[in-house]
Design a protein around this ligand. Sequence first.
Ligand code: PLP
Length: 316
Amino acid sequence: MTRENDPLAAFWMPFTANRAYKSHPRQLVAAKDMHYTDAAGNRILDGTSGLWCSNAGHCRTPIVEAIHKTAASMDFGPTFQLGHPHAFELASRVAELMPAELDRIFFTNSGSESVDTALKIALAVQRSRGQATRTRLIGRERGYHGTGFGGISVGGIVNNRRWWQGLPGVDHLPHTHDLTRNAFSKGFPQQGAELADELERLVTLHGAETIAAVIVEPMAGSTGVLVPPVGYLQRLRDICTKHGIILIFDEVITAFGRVGGATASGQWGVTPDIITMAKGLTNAAVPMGAVAVSRTIHDDVVYNAAEDRAVPRLYL
Ligand code: PLP
C-alpha cells in the first residue's frame, strides 16, 4: 500500500491511459493455456498471446518446472569471464532454429535490448572492417523496435519519437501499408516490392559509405499486422548486399512460430545478417532476448576487430 493508501498508485503502466485504467482497472489474476481469468472470475480468450509473446500458451508445466529447477539449482551465474553450461546449451539450441548462416548467439534481457545490441553490433562490425564512416542507421516508418534510444530512433511510430531526440544520423524507409492498393490482403500483398528501392534513393542521398545498417520487422506488428509485399524483403536483401549494408530483421514478434516457422527469415527464405528476438524465446515466462549473427560478423567483431589492441573486449 502506498502513502496515499491506494494500491494502484505506485505502478506507472507503459503504453496505457493510466488515469482511465486506474478509475476502471481491468485486472488479470490468472492464466492457463489460451485463457486469462480476470478479477471477477471471467475467462478471457487470449487472442494476442499476451503481447505476442506467450506463443506456447500460458503456465505450461514443462516451462514452469524448468524455471523452478533452474532457480533452485543456480539462480544466477555471471557471464563476464566466467560461464555456466546453460547459456552455452541454450545458445546452441537457439542457433539450430535460426537460418543456418546465423549461428552465433548473444543474450539480452528484452526485445528492446536486443534491438539496441543489434544496432551496436552493426556499428562495431563496420568499424572492425575498416568502415568507420558507416554510422548511419536506417529504419522504417510505422516500425516498432522497442523503447531503447536506438529502437525509438530507428522506429517509425511518431508518438514514440517526438518527445526524445533519438540518435543522430538516422533515416527511414517508407512503410508498406498501402491503403490504395493493399489495404487488406489475403497472404502477401502482390504489390509494393518497389518500396524497397527507396533504399537505393537513400544510398544516393547519403552515400553508401555512411550507412551501417538497415533494420525492419519482416512482418510489422505494432502498427497493424503489415505482411511484406511479395519480393520486398528479398529486394532489401539484394540492395544491402550490393552496398555493404548490414541487414537486421527484428524478429521479436515473428520468431518462434508466429508466421509458421521458427523465424520469418527461414519461413520466407530471406536471410538477414542479424536477427533480434525475445518474447517467444522463453514464452515470456522469463524476461529474455537474444541476437543471432552470422559467423563472419561474430568473428569480425569478437576476434578480428581492427581495434583489438585498443579495445581488448567489446562490451555490448
Ligand atoms: N521489436 C519489436 C518488433 C517488437 O514488437 C517489440 C515489442 O513489442 C520490441 C522490439 C521490444 O521488445 P520488448 O518489449 O521485449 O522490449
